[in-house]
Design a protein around this ligand. Structure first.
Ligand code: ADP
Ligand code: MN
Length: 176
């Protein structure tokens, strides 16, 4: 249920390559929700502590990200896109979507993105072991978690439809 004091906030999480950014962009284009891509924000505003050579990614500064977003999230009306979910304040979100993709499909998407070797392997294992679903279950009420398949374009369209249906019930003013 949406907190009476603010608009709805949706978190879309999942292993890299599962379709978070594509799904959030489609949802934002079909509703009044504002897409917040945490990876882009961290890079653009340098909300990080430098580059991790081993993991081949920026080291996010979680406190800076939370401080930067507090006001927007307190107003509501956002769909947040990130491959992690345990450091956000639990109170921020009304729905937590965990996108899931079959191994073979994810392998192709990440290879196309240029991921190789250890980074490719780490992300495939992250998906096989359902790391993000487990992280979501440890961080949020199970009643607000939706694990959704994201193998095909049809899946994406169904997932956006489901979230629009959720808005219709819980925050209809955010529909276009
Ligand atoms: P993420 O943000 O989770 O890393 P992206 O949205 O960038 O994932 O998607 C990675 C690639 O996979 C993109 O080329 C995108 O077009 C494709 N893709 C994502 N989700 C789907 C889907 N449900 N069906 C088909 N292709 C998808
Ligand atoms: Mn993305």
């Amino acid at each position: 249920m949406v907190d009476g004091q603010r608009g709805p906030n949706v978190l879309v999480t999942g292993t890299p390559g599962t379709g978070k950014t594509s799904t959030c962009a489609l949802l934002a284009s079909a509703t009044r929700l504002n897409h917040i891509n945490i990876g882009e924000l961290v890079q653009g505003l340098e909300l990080h502590d430098g580059w991790d050579d081993q993991l081949q990614c920026l080291v996010i500064n979680e406190d800076l990200v939370i401080d930067h977003l507090e006001e927007k999230m307190s107003a509501g009306g956002n769909v947040v896109d990130y491959h992690g979910c345990d450091f956000f304040p639990e109170r921020w979100f009304d729905v937590v979507v965990v996108l899931q993709t079959k191994t073979a499909v994810l392998y192709d998407r990440l290879s196309n993105r240029g991921y190789m070797d250890q980074k490719l392997q780490n992300n495939i294992e992250c998906e096989i072991f359902q790391v993000l679903l487990e992280e979501a279950r440890e961080s949020y009420n199970k009643d607000i978690i939706l694990a959704l398949p994201s193998d095909t374009i049809e899946d994406m369209s169904n997932n956006v439809g489901l979230l629009k249906e959720w808005l219709r019930t819980n925050a209809p003013s955010y529909l276009i």
